[in-house]
Design a binder for this molecule. Structure first.
Ligand code: G16
Length: 539
């Protein structure tokens, strides 16, 4: 068998003995073993587009929060959602075919099985983050796309959420659901305009320092700032850790994952007490806030905090607009959500909380079932989505007083400000700033809404993380046998204890989370559970 597909696949042979999996956020591993995967992802993207009659499909080359030597790739559905699970399986199968002939046969088998007409146009949008391996891997995807005869738009460097935005814009262009102009400028204009309108003349207090993880978020935030209202009228932003010329510094001692996991500011931070700071991750789809309090103690305002802040604000505005009876807000979290955050949402905000496994796609699906679904992972990954019915209710609603109109205007502006295709650090950050400005809050007031339970997150390297299998939204282990009972025993020894272990979908490690009434108890519990995991996993 020969032909363009066989030739393209032969050009990028798969290393022997490696098994690839489309995980939490696509394929992600060391960049030097990804060439074959990228070419095959190009083929899958073309098939997926053809299966949807030529709709644009996104390919993002990034390993987000992972170290600089890693890379990865994920596929984006036409409305900017994560790839459908059925196609994750196809992608995994495609990546693991042994020979070029097998790949070509599989490509045609899938086309036959899904009744995909290979003459239908295939349209694919590609972009990448600033990793050194990105250019080479882009070449590998292009070879796959070319072999499959796809039409390609290459946006160069983008944040992951910008790529999602482009995909959604391209597929909704000239329809009643048009999301925006599919250009970088279009992105900046849409979100900066919504920011200005949502602020309603209010000004966030103080400035904001943004750590960009030395990733693609740095240059993109600098561009966005040019479109925002002048700092005298709105917000002064200081950009730090934006060195993309040195890709080996990506996510190193900076960025959202560093701050969340280590519960400390990047060592490079020069912020003083009370200064509001936030950190993006390597591809700018996560954001966490933090500050030093008056005693110089580091205080984290993570994804749970963003969810509670935003849910309470939107709840207030919807109530003030007179829409409380027709629109219900819900919050979606994962097992990593702090117990105090869950309690605050349920008991104080009186909102429903759903818990799903880790991975944006799971949270997104759960949020889609709500009128307004506020979903955030504790690590800062999340957004808010409004159901079609809710959007219609809001669009048709006639306010009955100036107060109702004012609140309704804010709701409209927030809908535009929130990147509803996916969690977007830049859009989330602007939303947080709007809420703080309306509430006239600094980070201390935000922190005072509830007290987090002390917690600890650890990474354990084991021989084979795949033996760690979970149930109950990853809160309990079903394998290795007997391990959960041992964890339960440790949990019972501390006050307000909770702990779980799960295999990471993006790194070769098992993650252990523990929380308890005191810092010492939380750290002790995390250490003990990590030890149990190590023993069971043959570290
Ligand atoms: C990705 C996923 C997130 C997930 C994170 C960690 O984030 O998109 O949903 O929380 O990985 O996942 P895991 O614990 O399975 O390694 P990112 O920002 O790295 O793309």
């Amino acid at each position: 068998m020969s032909g363009p597909i066989v030739e393209a696949v032969q050009k990028h042979p798969a290393p022997e003995g490696l098994i690839y999996t489309y995980g939490t956020a696509g394929f992600r591993t060391k960049a030097d073993v990804l060439d074959s995967v990228l070419t095959r992802v190009g083929l899958v993207a073309a098939l997926r587009s053809r299966s949807l009659k030529g709709k644009w499909i996104g390919v993002m080359i990034t390993a987000s929060h992972n170290p600089p030597e890693d890379n990865g790739v994920k596929l984006v559905e036409p409305l900017g959602n994560m790839l459908q699970e059925e196609w994750e399986v196809i992608s995994t199968d495609m990546a693991n075919k042994v020979s070029a002939e097998h790949v070509s046969k599989f490509y045609h088998d899938i086309a036959a099985q899904y009744r995909i007409d290979l003459e239908t146009p295939a349209r694919v949008v590609v972009a990448r983050d600033t990793r050194a391996s990105g250019a080479r891997l882009l070449g590998c995807v292009m070879d796959g796309l070319k072999a499959a005869g796809a039409e390609v738009k290459d946006y160069g460097f983008l944040t992951t959420p910008q790529l999602h935005y482009m995909v959604r814009c391209l597929n909704t262009e000239d329809t009643k659901d048009a999301y925006g102009t599919p250009t970088e400028n279009g992105y900046y204009e849409k979100f900066s305009h919504a920011f200005k309108v949502a602020l309603k003349g209010k000004k966030p207090s103080g400035s904001l320092t943004v750590d960009c993880a030395n990733g693609v978020g740095g240059p993109k935030l600098t561009e966005l700032i040019k479109h925002l209202p002048p700092k005298e009228e709105a917000l002064e932003i200081f950009v730090i850790n934006d060195n993309v010329i040195k890709p080996e510094s990506l996510n190193v001692e900076c960025g959202a994952d560093y701050v969340k996991t280590n519960q400390r500011a990047p060592p490079s931070s020069k912020a003083g007490a009370g200064d509001r700071c936030c950190s993006l991750d390597g591809d700018a789809d996560r954001v966490v806030y933090y500050f030093k309090d008056m005693n110089n103690v580091f205080r984290l305002l993570d994804g749970d905090r963003i969810a509670t802040l935003v849910a309470s604000f939107l709840g207030d505005q919807i109530r003030q607009a007179g829409l409380a009876d027709s629109i219900k807000i819900g919050v979606v979290q994962t097992a990593y959500a702090n117990g105090a955050a869950t309690q605050y949402v349920e008991q104080h905000l009186k909102l429903k909380v759903d818990c799903t496994p880790t991975g944006v796609k799971h949270l997104h699906h759960a949020a889609e079932k709500l009128d307004v679904g506020v979903y955030f992972e504790a690590n800062g990954h999340g957004t808010v989505i409004f159901s079609d019915d809710t959007l219609e209710t809001i669009a048709k609603y006639e306010p009955k007083s100036p107060g109702q109109k004012e609140a309704l205007d804010v709701v409209h502006a927030c809908i535009d400000l929130i990147n509803q295709s996916v969690g977007d650090a830049l859009s989330d950050m602007l939303l947080v700033e709007v809420v703080l400005a309306h509430k006239n809050w600094g980070p201390q007031e935000w922190l005072s809404t509830y007290t987090d339970l002390p917690n600890r997150l650890l990474k354990v390297i084991v021989n084979d993380r795949k033996i760690f299998k979970t149930t109950d939204a990853e809160r309990r282990l079903v394998s290795p046998e007997g391990l959960q009972a041992q964890i339960d025993k440790e949990v019972q020894k501390v006050r307000q204890g909770r702990s779980f272990a799960r295999a990471s979908g993006t790194e070769d490690a098992v993650r252990v989370y523990a929380e308890a009434a005191t810092k010492a108890e939380a750290e002790d519990l995390a250490r003990k559970v990590a030890e149990l995991v190590k023993n069971a996993g043959g570290a």
